[in-house]
Design a protein around this ligand. Sequence first.
Ligand SMILES: Nc1ncnc2c1ncn2[C@@H]1O[C@H](COP(=O)(O)OP(=O)(O)OP(=O)(O)O)[C@@H](O)[C@H]1O
Ligand SMILES: [Mg+2]
Length: 445
Amino acid sequence: MGQCPGCGAWSTLGEERVSAIAAGGRGGKGGGAGAAAGRAAAARVVPLRDVLTARVPRLTTGIGELDRVLGGGIVPGSLVLLGGSPGIGKSTLTNMAMGHLAAAGRATLYVSGEESAQQIRLRAERLESSACRALDVPVVAETDLEAVLATMEALKPDVMVVDSVQTLHAAELGGAPGSVGQVREVAARIMQVAKAASVAVILVGHVTKEGSLAGPRVLEHLVDCVLQFEGERERTYRTLRALKNRFGSTNEAGVFEMRSDGLVEVLDASARFVGEATRKPGSVVLASMEGTRPLLVEVQALVSPSELVPPRRVVNGIDRNRLALVLAVLGRHAGIGCGTADVFVNVVGGVRIDEPGADLAVALAVASAQKGIPLGGEGAQLPVAAFGEVGLTGELRSVGHAERRLSEAAKFGLHDVIHPAGAPTLPQALRAGFAGAPGGAARAA
Ligand SMILES: Nc1ncnc2c1ncn2[C@@H]1O[C@H](COP(=O)(O)OP(=O)(O)OP(=O)(O)O)[C@@H](O)[C@H]1O
Ligand SMILES: [Mg+2]
């Protein structure tokens, strides 16, 4: 059918055929020999205590931020899905990781369905360094799934990258490469071989801005770990997060910068952001948490009279709905209305913050922009920092890791930190922020 009878959209139907190979494989796994033929023999159950485990060390990729997000390196035989928008640096990151593993003497394999071997070599030349032997990584430019599986079984690498899962094609299944059925089949077949041969696989997947391409989404249940590489392509900083991790925390995030010689870990991100903070009206430093790591970022706001009804609410790096909430609370409980003004809020450096702890910083930045007065008073030397969740009744709610946020701020000399323990309500926080005299703000405990 050309048109979907359900939603009316054209050319969206993909063929999905139940493949005989997949069905047979599954039966064999569940019930042992002969199970596929009909009635299965009962499986042998084992108390967990008696299950033998081998302590296999993780494969460290040599990229500290990546290892941390993975929970300490790649688990042998695991399946990792690395998603990200086009051009964000997925191939660069995986190339570098393979280069490091190759330098450490691991058997690697890079399967590319997107780029030719020549193109991959050009990138590898940029990345090559003493610690990263990107040119030593064996590559194969291939889109046929059977050929990839055969190569995998023949070489049995420790780690393999498939760039990208949407470009591989299972011939026995209909549908274009990248369709839901194809992507699922490709990933399932790769997983079978990977688990049997104990090959750790990193599947690269594209996600568009809207998350529309169905491909990688359908894999999230299948894989052990889902990593998301995000950031604005034209901005310097990119963050790597774990959305799911069977072997580690999902709270970790790594910050990278794209340079000509590859992705560089940004370990001193706080120092840079604080150093660049403007100290102008509308600017405040947010003491946020990126997983278990505190990060200081500058939040900027601009409030300007609008001709539009309704006025614009433009955000970069925070959730639009959180801004709406903060604006409503500011108007209702602090007498700072932005009803007829455009409000722009930006987290500097392309960092995305998705924790409620950002609310107070947004509120202070907007209030400062609206009043045209810098926080901490005109004479203050260092920016004011803040964190805390704004409640609907104008109260400030505490957020996790207050101590670590405060100590991170103190590390960079920011002693004027406005937070819920010092200012229990938004009006109190605003008074502290605009107290003017140094030390007038609620000081860190
Ligand atoms: N010489 C260079 N100097 C600095 N940055 C570069 C250079 N060459 C490429 N880049 C950066 O690398 C990015 C592309 O990286 P990469 O190919 O790893 O992305 P990708 O996520 O794999 O993209 P795709 O979705 O096309 O596969 C570019 O967007 C650019 O920012
Ligand atoms: Mg790529």
